[in-house]
Design a protein around this ligand. Structure first.
Ligand code: SF4
Length: 246
């Protein structure tokens, strides 16, 4: 990334963080959509409907990027269609992994058990990087309450030359539940079955009462994030070889 663009974005994020430090999430979202070409990245998971509802109220044609990894629960795919229809979202894009990457590195669909970091790179990180090309900014539903790694989450940050906004950064679980109740929003069916955080089926397990809501993700491994929210990690070159991300 050219240094002047990085410096420009960093200054822009700092100014936005100052201006929207105590602003409602809807205002943060509206300001992000006004920054230029902006995409909302959604997993259509346990809490996703809150941000999607806010976005639909502002602009139902906002591009929503949904990482369809090929490993999701059938319930998530059904819920995605239900939520998009209920909210009137007209531009949900299903982002899939490259067939060539899967052929080369995960022909049996078992890479998640052997090398989950590479699996996430092939099925999430690389497809998202490609899907975000051409966008100036993107929006995520991450929250500070989602574990230590997210405790210091800013509202606006810079990644890959783009502004990345987290309008719900300060929201608690009860804030989200209250919003869903107020607006009578559909719930992901797996939440009631003990899954407060929902990702790919092979890497998501039920969570006991009192456990960290994200403790069911990659349970038994040190891994806590899929990699789409870090500038580091690995990339898969077009020829299929692996390299560290710069
Ligand atoms: S969450 Fe699991 S199955 Fe999904 S991409 Fe990552 S390692 Fe693969």
């Amino acid at each position: 990334m050219p240094l002047d663009l990085h410096a420009l974005r960093t200054a822009q994020a700092a100014e936005l963080n100052g201006r929207f430090a105590h602003a409602p999430a809807e205002d943060v979202l509206r300001a992000t959509l006004d920054l230029g070409d902006t995409a909302l990245v959604s997993s259509f998971g346990a809490d996703s409907v809150v941000l999607l509802h806010m976005a639909a109220a502002i602009d139902p044609s906002v591009p929503v990027l949904f990482l369809e990894t090929g490993m999701l629960f059938a319930e998530t795919l059904t819920y995605q269609r239900e939520v998009a229809e209920t909210l009137g979202l007209t531009e949900v894009r299903l982002i899939r992994p490259s067939p060539e990457d899967l052929f080369l590195h995960d022909p049996e669909g078992d890479l998640h058990g052997r090398d989950p970091d590479l699996c996430c790179t092939l099925r999430k990180v690389r497809p998202l990087e490609l899907a975000l090309q051409g966008f100036d900014a993107w929006v995520t539903g991450r929250k500070r309450v989602q574990g230590a790694a997210r405790a210091g989450l800013p509202i606006f940050e810079v990644e890959g030359g783009r502004i990345k906004a987290n309008p719900l950064a300060a929201w608690s679980g009860s804030d989200l539940a209250a919003y869903m109740d107020t607006h009578a929003l559909p719930r992901h069916p797996l939440v009631a079955q003990g899954y407060p955080s929902i990702g790919c089926a092979p890497c998501t397990s039920k969570v006991a009462p009192g456990e960290d809501p994200r403790s069911g993700r990659w349970r038994g491994r040190e891994k806590t994030e899929c990699g789409i929210h870090f500038a580091g990690g690995v990339v898969v070159r077009p020829d299929g070889t692996i390299a560290n991300k710069g």
